[in-house]
Structures are given as structure tokens and as C-alpha cells.
Design a protein around this ligand. Sequence first.
Ligand SMILES: Cc1cc2nc3c(=O)[nH]c(=O)nc-3n(C[C@H](O)[C@H](O)[C@H](O)COP(=O)(O)OP(=O)(O)OC[C@H]3O[C@@H](n4cnc5c(N)ncnc54)[C@H](O)[C@@H]3O)c2cc1C
Length: 424
Amino acid sequence: MQSIKPGSEYDVVIIGGGIVGLASAYYATARGLRTLVVDQYGIRNNVNSSKGNERMFRLMQDNTSEARLAETSLALWMELQMATGTPLLAMDDLIFFGHKDAPLTTEGNVSQVKKTMDRMAMPYEYLDSPDAIHKRFPVFNREALPSDYVGLVQASSASINVQAAASAFFSAAMKTGRLSVLEKYAVSGLEPSGVPHQNQTYAIYAQSEQDALCIRGRHLILSPGVWADSVLNPLGLHQTRDWKIWQMNYAYWPVKSHDVKIPIWFEFGNLDANDHGTFYGFPPLNFDPSMANRVKMSADYTYDVFDHPAQIHHKVSQRLMKELSGHLSSLLNPQAIHLEQMEDAGTCLYSMSPDGKLVIGRIPTQPCSETFYHGASMCIMESGRAFKYAPLFGRVLVELAIDGKSPYQSDLDIFSPLREGLFN
Ligand SMILES: Cc1cc2nc3c(=O)[nH]c(=O)nc-3n(C[C@H](O)[C@H](O)[C@H](O)COP(=O)(O)OP(=O)(O)OC[C@H]3O[C@@H](n4cnc5c(N)ncnc54)[C@H](O)[C@@H]3O)c2cc1C
């Protein structure tokens, strides 16, 4: 890997080497741009929100914009698979099930998702009762399903191979000869200089344990995860106190029998608009030897909510894990999974926006201002859902930084950085 000389100038500098930054690097280098990715912990580290083995891909969304964005993203995942010859998506049935009238959570609810699918004429299967859910997937115990439970099954869903996806974006970008990386340097200063549309560049001040340097980028892409304030503050933006870090928990359980099909699943067991009562799980996957014959399952709520990255402690919540394993023991067929053998519990971070919708767009010079930093874009507060969109978001971030606009804009309006309450 080449060393980065102080004062070097790049067409694009991407701050953040998680999945969104790597996807951006793929599209930037494909456009012939000399690109630098900077990450304070290194590319594909084990601290950020993109760590781990698997993520869910789904077309089922609670609004048509996200459903269309997911459709486009699916096409781009396929393109990346073809271009790199790497299988990235394990396609499978996904079932959404839960209370028929459960209030909306950050992930939607069954009835709103059903309405969206109907509006878009997307094919799905409707399971109109707990009996129908149990009949379709006997892995869910009939006695554990309340009488008002209904379900939706969608076949164009997938488990995404996290490490293969990161590696595919990275290696393809590297192959162009146009990608450089600066690892274990934290960016602490950003300064635009020169005249927009003429000779503007950003000075990017980065620091490692031993050394500090300044590099220059004609265009800037920010994909900093929960550390967004570290790069937004130098640009005069501060995330409001309503933004939160959710430290999520997960674990693995050994599969007892492959005779009982385990789909990708998400349960809306919530009784109010709180995410408490939402759970999800994956089928057995072979993305990594460590996953062999095991399934990952999680709760989609947490008791560890932080205001600042300094508060992150990465400790698994015993309270949450007790609730999760208690719930799974009643929900799931004991013939399928060794539910008493929870293994490898861990944590991972959501960057949660005040309204639960992520933020992607050009960077305003002030909160809610329609004046933007020239040649710059960002994806922040991804609210636990950006992985499925990674190829599309990478492409959009490059379009916004280089062209100042994206053909996907009308569907991206729901993620606008100009929403009230994001910055002060
Ligand atoms: C438990 C869990 C389950 C999830 N499940 C799903 C799912 O099923 N489907 C789905 O679509 N999404 C899911 N997500 C969300 C998805 O994983 C994230 O939205 C996505 O990984 C975010 O990627 P990112 O590149 O934006 O951020 P990150 O992966 O956090 O990367 C940001 C990077 O920026 C670097 N950085 C930040 N500031 C600086 C700085 N000042 N200088 C240098 N480097 C800096 C950091 O070191 C970090 O590596 C899940 C997330 C979690 C935690």
C-alpha cells in the first residue's frame, strides 16, 4: 500500500471506510477519479456499524420511496456480484409478522408495509392468521403467536454477506489503480478554500498516534457513522441532542435440525410505537467458517442509548440478552435450534436520527439552509438500515459530490439533510 504524502491532492476524499465509504470508493474510481479513503480505525475495522457477517436485504418497506430505492439497490448488488464474480446475496424468503395493528416502529409495521407492496404491485404472500404463519413456517411455535398476528412473505429478500461485500467494493476499486487509503488516521479538521466551481479544494487535517498531516481533496464524501460530529463540527454543523447512538446486541445459536426451514424473519411484537418487542433472525448461512451450523438472532431495541461516541462501551447487555433468549425460547421450535446454547454475543452501533430516517444528501452550510458546500456529500445517522442501500448510496454520494445532483433525488427526499431537528 502506497504511503500518503502530506499535501497530496485527490479528486475525491472519502472520510469513513465502512460499507458506505467503500461503496463510494467503488463508484468514484469507476468514474476515473483519484480517490482516497481515510479511516481512523482502518478499513473493515471491528468497531464501526459495518462489522459482522450478515445484514438483511429487503424490498418490503413502509413507504414507496424506500421500496423503489431498495429495488434499485438490488439491481446494483447484482451488478457488483457479476462485476466481481463474488456471491454477495443469499436470496431467501423473508417473513415480516406481528400484531395486525402494531403501531409503526423505525422499521415500519406489517400493515403499512402491506399497503406499500399493494401500491407498488410488488408480489408477496399474505398470511392472515397465526395458524397460517405456523403452517408456512413451523419453526414459529403456534402457541407463541398471538391471535391477531398476520404475516407477509417476500421472496426477493436476502442475507447480505458483509465481509464479501466490503471486499468486493474495495478490491474492485483497488484494481483501477486509482484508490489510496489512509488508515488509522482520524480527521479532525476540514477547511474549504478557493473559489467554488473554479479552484476549490478541501484541506483535510488527519492525525495518527505518531503523526499529523494535511491532504487535499477537490471533492469530499463523508460517511463517518456514529462519529459524524467529528467531521461535521469543523464545517459548522452539530448534530442535535435528539440524535442518539443505539448500542445493539446479537448472538448466535447452533442449529439442531435442517429439516425445519428457518427463513429470514422480523417480528413486530411491539404494542406501542416503541421498538420494544421487535426481534429478527437469519437462516443458517455459510459466509464464514465461524457461522457454520449456527443462526444469528437479535432484538431490534436496546437499553444502551448514548449521546456521544465517548460513551460507547461495547459491553453486551445482560438484561437485553435475557429478554432475547427468553423470547426466542417460546417463539421458536426447539427441534430446529439449540435455544439453550447462546454463543458469541456481541454489540454493534446504530446511528439513530431523531425521526428514525437516515440522512443522505449534499452538506448544507447551515442547519436547514439550501446553500450547500460545493462538491461535497454525506451519509450520516443511518439509523440501522443503510447496508442494503450501500451500492446505491455509494453511487449517489459520488453523483452529489461530483455533479451536484442525482437522478434518484425524488426518492431521496425522505432522507433530506434539510429536515428540521437534525443540526444546530
Ligand atoms: C446490529 C446491526 C444490524 C444491522 N442490520 C442491518 C440490516 O439488516 N440491513 C441493513 O440494511 N442495515 C443494517 N444495519 C445498518 C448498517 O449496518 C449500517 O447502516 C451501515 O453499516 C453503516 O455504514 P457506514 O459506512 O455509514 O458507517 P460505519 O460502518 O460506521 O463506518 C464509518 C467509518 O467512519 C470512520 N470515521 C468516522 N469518523 C472519522 C474521522 N473523523 N476520521 C477518520 N475516520 C472516521 C469510522 O472509523 C468508521 O469505520 C445494522 C446495523 C447494526 C449495528
